[in-house]
Design a protein around this ligand. Sequence first.
Ligand code: FAD
Length: 188
Amino acid sequence: MSLMRLAYASEATFEAKPVEKGVEPHVARILMTSRKNNARDQLVGGLYYGNDRFFQYLEGDEDAVRRTFDRILKDERHKNVVTLIEEPLTSRTFSNWSMKYVPLSRDVRNFLDEQGLESFEPSSFTSDQCEKMIELIRNSSQDQNLVNRDNNQSVGDAPQVLSSGMKMGLIVAGLVLVGALVIGGTML
Ligand code: FAD
């Protein structure tokens, strides 16, 4: 099996809607399909979306990468796809991610500042800038919650913390109640 890697930049054709659950809704749908398909095809990589632009990196079996990219090219949710990297790969450099998603984050803003770039325009990235973007995706931990709580759960909400606090409160209230009943019982 021969491996390859591929990176491209494109422009979103949809009107960005307000972020829901940490992700723009069109992008959320793209991610859901991508994660399902890429896990099945053992593809790994990442997707950046910001400034109505996409930067995507994919690596895996050459046939699977090419089949996926053919579907992506036909997708009407983006246009002006520019291939930035398309080359053989000796070994995988990502692990455990079917499609890592990172919004235009502080890391990327720092990267743009470092490079003297005013906005996120990945189609004009140099090969060195592409490698830096891939490195950012690889090292980013931003997506952890998003991936773990995929599909219906929200990144913006804080139900985990709240519910564990509530659970603890209920346990304490229960213990107090039992204690009161025991004390009340012994006094009768
Ligand atoms: P389907 O079952 O055909 O569709 C899944 C869902 O996506 C459906 O709900 C459908 O409403 C919606 N959908 C599909 N195509 C379109 C469309 N053209 N316009 C609007 N809605 C549509 N796919 C991957 O498998 N892996 C990727 O890494 C990947 N990355 C993407 C990155 C970008 C920037 C974009 C725009 C698309 C990407 N896609 C990716 C999606 C890809 O273009 C195909 O839509 C998808 O692979 C079709 O897979 P499917 O036949 O299993 O999905």
